[in-house]
Design a protein around this ligand. Structure first.
Ligand SMILES: Nc1nc2c(ncn2[C@@H]2O[C@H](COP(=O)(O)OP(=O)(O)OP(=O)(O)O)[C@@H](O)[C@H]2O)c(=O)[nH]1
Length: 189
């Protein structure tokens, strides 16, 4: 049996229940699972081959468990990651504090990992603005401060998570490709 070749590693981080698994499900399988919430135990891995020009690049996405019980384990999964999608729930201010925690961890331990901030459950705040607990501009200020891109997504509707908009691949160091809106950008070296 041959080992699967993964060209780049992406890690999903964030408080439990912010919607990391749902984001991966939407991106990889184009679906939103309904039914009782099942927390991730440890971490889950999914490989996603994507076409980049005339090449196929395989992303290895590590979906970590958000529960603080698994915090030490999550640290193992971000080692060597080229991109981290740090998620927070737009309707839960404590999840933004947790996102700050993960950003600090990455800055201290994985300085080459590109950080993407992702505010999840956009559909909820669009349906009822009163549910929003994280102001877009506050999140944007934080994103600017840490040099990250910020996206607000809905895995339920697919808003900002679509295949074409989730992932941008641009040859590193070549003419800049203006990315469509999305949550992961990946630069080939
Ligand atoms: N309305 C709405 N609900 C969502 C969205 N994304 C996730 N959810 C719900 O939020 C709950 C948690 O989603 P998960 O994707 O399991 O969250 P997680 O961050 O992977 O959680 P852990 O595995 O505990 O770390 C589930 O009930 C989802 O259906 C979204 O975009 N919109």
């Amino acid at each position: 049996m041959s080992a699967m070749r993964v060209d780049t590693k992406v890690v999903m981080l964030g408080k439990e229940s912010v919607g990391k698994t749902s984001l991966v499900e939407r991106y990889v399988h184009h679906r939103f699972l309904v039914g009782p919430y099942q927390n991730t135990i440890g971490a889950a891995f999914v490989a996603k081959p994507i076409q980049v020009g005339d090449k196929v690049v395989t992303l290895g996405i590590w979906d970590t468990a958000g529960s603080e019980r698994y915090e030490a384990m999550s640290r193992i999964y971000y080692r060597g990651a080229r991109a981290a999608v740090v998620c927070y729930d737009l309707t839960d201010s404590s999840s933004f504090q947790r996102a700050r925690f993960w950003v600090k961890e990455l800055q201290n331990c994985e300085e080459h990992c590109k950080i993407y901030l992702c505010g999840t459950k956009n559909d909820l705040v669009q349906a009822d603005r009163g549910l929003r607990q994280i102001d877009f501009h506050d999140a944007q200020d934080f994103a600017e401060e840490i040099g990250a891109q910020l996206y607000e997504t809905s895995s339920k509707t697919g808003n900002n998570v679509g295949e074409s908009c989730l992932l941008t691949v641009a040859p590193y160091g070549q003419a800049q490709v203006i990315p469509p809106k999305g949550i992961i950008s990946y630069y080939l070296q």
